[in-house]
Design a protein around this ligand. Structure first.
Ligand SMILES: O=C(O)C1=C[C@@H](OP(=O)(O)O)[C@@H](O)[C@H](O)C1
Ligand SMILES: C=C(OP(=O)(O)O)C(=O)O
Length: 407
């Protein structure tokens, strides 16, 4: 369904409760399936986390994880060690175009039985679960950190644990550190020295405990953008966040200072306040935080400032080719964007065309990143339901802070 966001003005002070991180949730759901002794709180209500839960509880031999990249990668590793179980893991048309060869080869090197059902290197895949006895493997680390996290999540269940050697530049490093921190929090032993990660085997059960998922920082990014585009003094409070986050996207706090947004941590909330207008050109390397690239590009466009974003090589293999999607949609609005395979340059723009219909390409972040533009001009968002991949209540939450949204 397409929706129209009328030109809106938000309340001077408002607050929004954001659901648990989808990245943390999907890791913890898998760990809980391996070690049922712990309990989870504030689990994400995203489609991707529902799909993860459903897949882990499914007894079917065909599992469809739709658009959920982490679920696809993490479950490939999980089903490889489910002895005696055979499943076909498949997904949406786009998922069938998202590469998985690096992970499959690493699992095969460890002894896993995985075959491609259609195109080599891509889902769907058939997995015959078995005991994996090898423990040393190396893999290319510059394509997706999800392959590495997938291996780490099952590592403690391998007979001899895992010694993983990362080859080349390592992309999206905070997501690897998040995986290791969560393993440690659950009581598993890991080390990460130079380019080698080790996880000790653990056959026994773990100490029962309750783990509380922090709310999603990528979802928070849209509010940083909203505050950046609002009048000085505008304040939005978001729950539940902590200062020492495991999520790399918490770098938003530093990045949005450059847009005049101050962040204050107060007990379990963050309070975002618009302090001043800073219209200097911007440059950010987002190799550690690829999911906030769209948010930042649209903030800059809406403020009429130029920006250079680099470290974006993973954007081409996400829900859509996000570099091409950003260029196409910003140019429809009157902007000028130049892209390479790993960077985006946005020229300073004086105009924002009104009532442009923004295509979202089955990508939740296209819909959410362009929504703050409604603080400047009316905008139409196509296929608005895509947001449920990570943030199902996004439009209701925007309405609650003053956005005027009609069908
Ligand atoms: O491990 C994770 O939870 C994620 C890792 C990142 O992917 P890449 O490592 O492929 O960049 C990120 O873009 C994705 O949304 C979630
Ligand atoms: C890239 C994303 O997700 P995934 O890779 O898990 O599909 C995302 O949420 O922006």
């Amino acid at each position: 369904m397409n929706i129209t966001l009328q030109k809106s003005k938000i309340a001077k002070q408002s607050s929004v409760q954001i659901t648990g991180s989808k990245s943390e949730s999907n890791r913890l759901l898998l760990l809980q399936a391996l070690y049922p002794e712990f309990e989870l709180k504030n689990v994400s209500n995203s489609d991707d986390s529902h799909l993860m839960t459903k897949a882990l509880n499914s007894t079917s031999n065909i599992i469809d994880i739709h658009h959920a990249g982490t679920a696809m990668r993490f479950l490939t590793a999980y089903f490889s060690i489910q002895e005696g179980r055979e499943v076909i893991l498949t997904g949406s048309q786009r998922m069938k175009e998202r590469p998985i060869k690096i992970l499959v080869e690493a699992l095969q090197d460890l002894g896993a039985d995985i075959t491609y059902q259609a195109n080599e290197g891509f889902p769907p895949i058939r997995i015959k679960g078995k005991k994996l006895t090898k423990h040393q493997v190396s893999l290319k680390a510059n394509v997706s950190s999800q392959y590495i996290s997938a291996l780490l999540l099952i590592a403690s269940k391998l007979e001899n644990g895992l010694e993983l050697t990362l080859e080349g530049n390592i992309t999206s490093v905070p997501y690897i550190n998040m995986t290791l921190s969560l393993l440690n929090e659950t009581g598993l032993e890991t080390s990460f020295v130079e380019n080698t990660i080790t996880v000790k085997p653990h056959v026994k059960s773990l100490e029962p405990k309750t783990l509380v998922v922090e709310s999603d920082w990528s979802s928070a990014s849209y509010y940083f953008s909203i505050v950046a585009l609002s009048d000085i003094g505008t304040e939005i409070t978001l729950t539940s966040y902590k200062e020492n986050s495991l999520q790399g996207d918490s770098v938003l706090v530093e990045i949005y200072k450059h847009f005049g947004v101050a962040t204050k941590f107060e007990s379990n909330t963050i309070v975002l306040t618009k302090k001043n207008q800073n219209l200097e050109p911007k440059a950010f390397n987002l190799v550690n935080a690829p999911d906030i690239a769209q948010t930042i590009a649209v903030t800059c466009f809406a403020l009429g400032i130029s920006c250079d974003l680099t470290g974006l090589h993973t954007l081409k293999i996400k829900e859509t080719d996000r570099l091409v999607a950003l260029k196409t949609e910003i140019e429809k609005l009157g902007g000028e964007v130049n892209i390479t395979d790993e960077s985006l340059h946005l020229s300073a723009s004086k105009i924002i065309k009104e009532s442009v219909s923004i295509a979202t390409y089955n990508d939740h972040r296209m819909a959410m990143a362009f929504a703050p533009l409604a603080l400047k001009v009316p905008v139409i968002i196509e296929d608005s339901g895509v947001v449920s991949k990570s943030y199902p209540t996004f439009w209701d939450d925007l309405k609650s802070i003053g956005f005027e949204i009609t069908q």
